[in-house]
Design a binder for this molecule. Structure first.
Ligand code: DQA
Length: 141
């Protein structure tokens, strides 16, 4: 199964950015974890990070025929990007929205996701395990 993993804005700074909220695992470490996990489960992963809304939209479009599932952490775009929501819906890629922190236990503005309604599920607050659970969920079909 081909799975696209997309990390949104500021996630390139994982490990050094607010570690008390997002943990100390860096993005390269998280990506290695994901690749090893996927290998065990015989899934093919492509992983990208972008700080730009349009860049994320382009990646979704480019992989819409390749990907059979997507694990998407849209970062702060989660809370207001209708353009990304439309890209997810339009791509027809079954998508799991993931967050490292628990967005429902933080500031009010983070409690809303405009993207979750077009996703299969939202997994939030489990640190890097949010991503691993999302891979499992996609593999379960
Ligand atoms: C985040 C939560 C968002 O609210 C925040 O803007 C992020 C990271 C998370 O993984 O917990 O950049 O998506």
């Amino acid at each position: 199964m081909n799975i696209l993993v997309l990390h949104g804005p500021n996630l390139n700074l994982l490990g050094e950015r607010e570690p008390e909220v997002y943990g100390r695992t860096t993005l390269p470490q998280l990506n290695t974890l994901l690749k090893n996990y996927a290998k065990k489960k015989k899934a093919a992963l492509k992983i990208f990070q972008s700080n730009h809304e349009g860049g994320l939209i382009d990646l979704i479009h480019e992989h819409r025929k390749w990907a059979r599932g997507m694990v998407f952490n849209p970062g702060a775009y989660t809370h207001y990007s209708y353009a990304l929501r439309d890209a997810v819906a339009g791509s027809m890629i079954p998508t799991i929205e993931v967050h490292l922190s628990d967005i429902h236990k933080r500031e009010e503005f983070r409690r809303t996701s405009v993207i979750a309604p077009v996703c299969l599920a939202q997994i939030t607050g489990k640190g890097v395990n949010s991503y691993l659970e999302a891979v499992d969920r996609l593999l379960q079909g």
